[in-house]
Design a protein around this ligand. Structure first.
Ligand SMILES: C[S@@+](CC[C@H](N)C(=O)[O-])C[C@H]1O[C@@H](n2cnc3c(N)ncnc32)[C@H](O)[C@@H]1O
Length: 308
């Protein structure tokens, strides 16, 4: 079978996928370890029997609804190649603006008062937010000098998710950057000590914020993402909260984050477009000042921030 024949077969078989041609391309790139251009210019290349067998297995998995990223074990985020497993949420393009908005605030603050920032990535999952932030601040943008590499506390309740985040930090960060990362298994801020005074300059978080009923609907498509990563309607004990606005976890996160911030520190959260304004209200209610709403590239409300 040639590359072109595989693509045709894949498109015919992946009837329930919203993007069968793209799925076929990504699977070919993964199996052949080649880029898009190679696939495009080598349509008549014969696949080996082993490659065909692996591709057939991948198509069978995709037909169950399993996302391509869980099949290949990789997802690009902020220009970086993250390892993913079904223990972590697949990093979403929407979350890139959380990194950008956090980075903009850090750069402004750093320009005003150069120092070593102490950053908490709460609900870190694959580690994509904190790791991208470190890379951007210390490499791409270059504003933060080497002596001032920020420190990161990467938190998640799931030990399996933290294992993936650590693996990504080991793969993607330099030795000096990696040394500034600390991973903590914790239910929100429980295991971060009893802060009498604030610790963090900025807390950045993409927490579970999807309403419980919508989470149940989403998971019906076989995507296999952890319910723990999506459902925002859970109590501190991890039980259903009985609410259906996606905000039960955020209602606990906000006052805890306030205690863990230094005066003048920022909390910035990703939310749904449907619960961003209510999140801003909860921030104000808990003492945050200068609260702000941010839109994503599709014009949807996506981030909320406030200053202690
Ligand atoms: C929406 S995912 C975000 C993952 C990653 N930061 C991203 O943006 O792709 C939310 C993460 O929060 C974690 N989580 C859920 N409840 C938590 C809790 N009570 N304390 C800490 N982490 C929690 C989940 O395990 C999951 O990894």
């Amino acid at each position: 079978m040639t590359i072109q024949q595989f693509k045709q077969t894949a498109i015919e078989k992946l009837t329930t996928s919203p993007s069968p041609a793209l799925d076929a391309d990504v699977l070919l790139q993964w199996i052949l370890q080649k880029d898009k251009t190679f696939i495009l210019f080598n349509r008549d290349l014969e696949l080996t029997e082993e490659q065909e067998a692996k591709l057939a297995e991948a198509i069978a998995k995709r037909k169950t609804g399993l996302p391509i990223a869980y099949i290949t074990g990789h997802k690009e985020f902020f220009g970086l190649d993250f390892n993913v497993t079904p223990d972590v949420l697949i990093p979403k393009p929407d979350t890139e603006i959380l990194v950008e908005n956090a980075a903009n605030w850090i750069i402004d603050e750093y320009t005003r008062q150069p120092r070593i920032f102490n950053i908490c990535d709460m609900c870190t999952g694959s580690g994509c937010v904190g790791i991208s932030l470190m890379k951007f601040l210390s490499e791409s943008d270059g504003t933060i000098s080497k002596e001032h590499l920020p420190g990161f506390t990467m938190c998640d309740i799931s030990s399996a998710a933290l294992a993936v985040a650590k693996e990504n930090a080991d793969r993607l960060l330099s030795k000096a950057q990696r040394q500034k990362f600390n991973f903590v298994q914790t239910n929100l801020f429980d295991n971060l000590g009893h802060a009498k005074v604030g610790i963090y300059d900025i807390i950045v978080s993409n927490p579970p914020y999807v309403p419980a009923s919508e989470t149940t609907e989403l998971l019906k498509d076989g995507r296999s993402e952890p319910r723990l990563a999506l459902d925002g309607d859970v109590t501190l004990e991890g039980k259903p909260s009985g609410t259906d606005d996606g905000l039960a976890l955020i209602r606990n996160l906000i006052p805890q984050a306030y205690r863990f911030l230094i005066p003048g520190g920022m909390l910035i959260l990703e939310t749904g477009e449907y619960n961003a304004e209510e999140t801003e209200r909860i921030m104000k209610e808990n003492g945050f000042k200068n609260t702000k709403l941010y839109y994503d590239l599709e014009g949807q409300l996506r981030n909320v921030s406030g200053i202690k």
